[in-house]
Design a protein around this ligand. Structure first.
Ligand code: ZN
Ligand code: ZN
Length: 260
């Protein structure tokens, strides 16, 4: 069973977890089994476990715990240039980066955010010179009046929201047209726009803004060269810890000794 789906079924009262891949009822995991597996997972993979818990939105505490675990990792692995550049502001900078890395990690194809161009309203207002009277002959010229207008926002097509979902519809796979034609059957390949994750990554400019609040003289070039790779590393750390926790959970729930 996969950790994320186990957590989706997680309910303190009457755990009733069944896994479709287990055909017979005698093999079904009981609530106690799953709770035991959660415990094992938590001790063997603390960062990954808290990250998945936090992503599933079970409690706000999990999010804080995941961020604290990530911060420990960040403190132990800060590149020398960042330590030097941040000076005494290192901890606030790392804390801010960990929070944003966590947000980035929880972004998924389902994530939407308010459109930045219309501030979520779906329309943009402008000013137009509107003709109110067409005029009549040379003596009566056409009359115009300056009016404020509202037009549908072009960025979000009037929805007020922008989805992080990629054009591959969040699947991360697209049809390989050339190969499909060549082989005469449908061939898929990894989506190049999102490198298979199914949604757009934020460019990290938000992280730059937040970190430069702590370091006034941080230049965007320094950020891109020294800081951004570390920020990306924090996001991938969460992803790899998630898969580690998941594999621990899977092996625990699969092992036969668990049922004895
Ligand atoms: Zn908009
Ligand atoms: Zn894509």
């Amino acid at each position: 069973m996969n950790l994320e789906s186990a957590l989706k079924h997680f309910a303190p009262k009457g755990m009733n977890i069944s896994d479709s891949s287990r055909a017979t009822a005698s093999n079904a995991l009981t609530g106690t089994d799953v709770m035991g597996a959660f415990g094992m997972c938590q001790s063997k993979s603390p960062l990954g476990f808290s990250a998945v818990l936090a992503k599933a939105g079970i409690s706000e505490e999990d999010k804080e715990r995941a961020i604290q675990h990530l911060l420990e990792y960040a403190r132990a692995n800060t590149p020398r240039l960042i330590v030097k550049g941040a000076g005494k502001n290192l901890i606030p900078c790392l804390t801010a980066m960990c929070r944003l890395a966590f947000d980035e990690y929880t972004r998924s194809a389902a994530t939407t955010h308010a459109c930045p161009d219309c501030h979520g309203k779906g329309v943009t207002s402008g000013i137009a010179n509107v003709m109110v009277h067409p005029g009549c002959g040379e003596k009566t010229p056409a009359k115009y009046r300056i009016e404020s207008t509202e037009t549908q926002c072009v960025t979000c097509h009037g929805k007020g929201k922008i989805s992080a979902r990629c054009r591959c519809n969040g699947s991360g796979r697209v049809r390989d047209i050339e190969k499909s034609k060549f082989l005469g059957c449908v061939v898929e390949k990894e989506c190049e726009r999102c490198s298979g994750v199914g949604f757009r990554r934020s460019p990290g400019s938000k992280a730059f803004k937040v970190v430069s609040m702590h370091l006034n003289d941080l230049h965007i070039r320094t950020w891109t060269r020294n800081w951004k790779p570390f920020f990306d590393e924090l996001v991938s750390k969460l992803e790899s810890e998630e898969s580690h926790a998941d594999s621990v959970f899977k092996s625990v729930t699969r092992s036969s000794s668990f049922h004895e």
